[in-house]
Design a protein around this ligand. Structure first.
Ligand SMILES: Nc1ncnc2c1ncn2[C@@H]1O[C@H](COP(=O)(O)OP(=O)(O)OP(=O)(O)O)[C@@H](O)[C@H]1O
Length: 413
């Protein structure tokens, strides 16, 4: 079976960075002050948490107040749907054969899981994206054939587990010449509806490692990656064209300082591993940001499983959105500024996107049939042309007689 790869046209895309500030929790309202101002739909101001600064300190710039601007900024009153509406065009590309990655980045308790998974009243980006994909598929279902499958994994203590398999073993990463980094043995389940994926997501989330820390009652101890693969087959008279789009939705584990979360033993080890991979991610963001400004820089993807999995989303074939989540509480000032610092660097990151137009599986027999049909067509056109030419080369008298004959021939039955 021959395979024909259609030429892909590449386009450069810049990583989209959105910042989302959650509201103060009930507990925080009692002991913390709000230091975040989202001044417009792109700008965020982090106020100096130290109220003792006097006027002179402020005008002499001895303040820790910081200002940032991003592609989008969302205040505590914004819902996940508000965020989603700004990124939905990226998701829609998946059914056209484009890859997309959405990841939430922020310190522990800043609202990453809330943003990605959400609640019943305020569904998160994972849920909203799935509905978009299936609604778009419904529209084009009459002309094209779609196949949707999903996988859900977690990286816990630098080990990959399949969240769609009960008591999954350790999985390994492999480099595939055609598909890039793949997780060997990861279950890929075919699904017919968004509800089925949501059911799988729910099961996967119940298997995810979470712990109660002092900062967050259900703190994610692992990085979770939900991947939705859409295979679209378009049939036309020349055979079939296959488009393959992939959406990766990533909920990272929370980074924290051991002193702050009051943890020890296993939890402390988890924290060290989480921080190691988040540090590796931060280093990759740094290097990629520098690469855009100063030219080539080494990007240390291989320093963690997480960065190897996210490699495509950070520099390969993907339209990527980073949602930086922050807490408005004054005691989170350092975490907030740190998150915004990396979000600011991520704005420089560029990816190259192209449609994954797969092999056109047309049998030799199909080509033979097409050639035969074309041969018949050419013969017919040649005959028509010869007849027209002979008409033109006839002498005028002959032509008149000929036309008369044709005319007589027409009216006589
Ligand atoms: N936009 C929001 N509106 C209301 N509550 C929110 C919002 N965002 C987050 N929260 C609440 O804040 C708390 C922490 O959120 P979440 O668990 O999503 O943080 P996280 O960043 O995923 O933390 P970790 O990294 O420790 O897993 C939760 O109680 C959550 O319900």
């Amino acid at each position: 079976m021959p395979s024909i790869r259609a030429p892909a046209t590449k386009q450069t895309a810049t990583l989209m960075v959105a910042v989302k500030c959650r509201p103060l929790t009930d507990l925080e309202r009692l002991r913390s002050r709000n230091i975040i101002q989202v001044t417009d739909d792109k700008s965020v101001v982090v106020l100096d948490p130290d109220l003792s600064k006097d006027y002179l300190d402020r005008i002499q710039n001895r303040t820790k107040e910081k200002r940032y601007s991003f592609d989008h900024a969302f205040g505590p009153e914004c819902t996940n749907l508000d965020v989603y509406q700004r990124i939905s065009s990226t998701i829609a590309g998946v059914i056209q054969g484009l890859n997309a990655t959405v990841f939430a980045y922020g310190s522990t308790g800043s609202g990453k899981t809330y943003t990605m998974v959400g609640t019943h009243q305020d569904p998160g980006l994972m849920v909203l994206s799935l509905h978009t994909i299936f609604n778009l598929i419904k529209k084009d279902k009459s002309s094209d054939v779609f196949e949707v499958s999903c996988s859900y994994l977690e990286v816990y203590n630098e080990v990959i587990y399949d969240l769609l398999v009960k008591s999954s073993g350790h999985l390994e990463l492999r480099e595939d010449p055609e598909h890039g980094i793949i997780v060997a043995g990861l279950r890929n389940i075919k699904v017919q509806s968004a509800d089925k994926i949501l059911e799988l997501l729910h099961i996967g989330n119940s298997r995810r490692k979470t712990e109660s820390t002092e900062v967050n009652a259900t703190s994610s101890r692992s990085h979770a990656v939900l991947e939705i693969m859409v295979r679209r087959t378009r049939r036309n008279q020349y055979g079939s064209q296959v488009l393959r789009g992939k959406l990766a939705l990533v909920d990272l584990a929370g980074s924290e300082r051991a002193s702050e979360t009051n943890i020890a033993g296993q939890k402390l080890r988890d924290g060290a591993n989480i921080n190691r991979s988040l540090l590796a991610l931060a280093n990759c963001i740094n290097a990629l940001g520098k690469q855009q400004k100063k030219g080539l820089a080494y990007v240390p993807y291989r320093n963690s499983k997480l960065t190897r999995i996210l490699k495509d989303g950070l520099s390969g074939n993907s339209r990527t959105v980073m949602v930086a989540t922050i807490s408005p509480a004054d005691d989170q000032y350092h975490h907030t500024v740190n998150t915004l610092k990396y979000a600011d660097r991520a704005k420089e990151i560029k990816t190259e996107i192209h449609k994954n137009i797969g092999t056109v599986d047309t049998h030799v027999e199909d080509y033979k049939r097409m050639i035969d049909n074309l041969k018949v067509e050419v013969c017919r056109l040649r005959e028509e042309l010869a007849e027209k030419e002979s008409q033109l080369t006839l002498k005028p008298a002959e032509r008149a007689a000929n036309e008369e004959l044709i005319f007589v021939g027409c009216i006589k039955p």
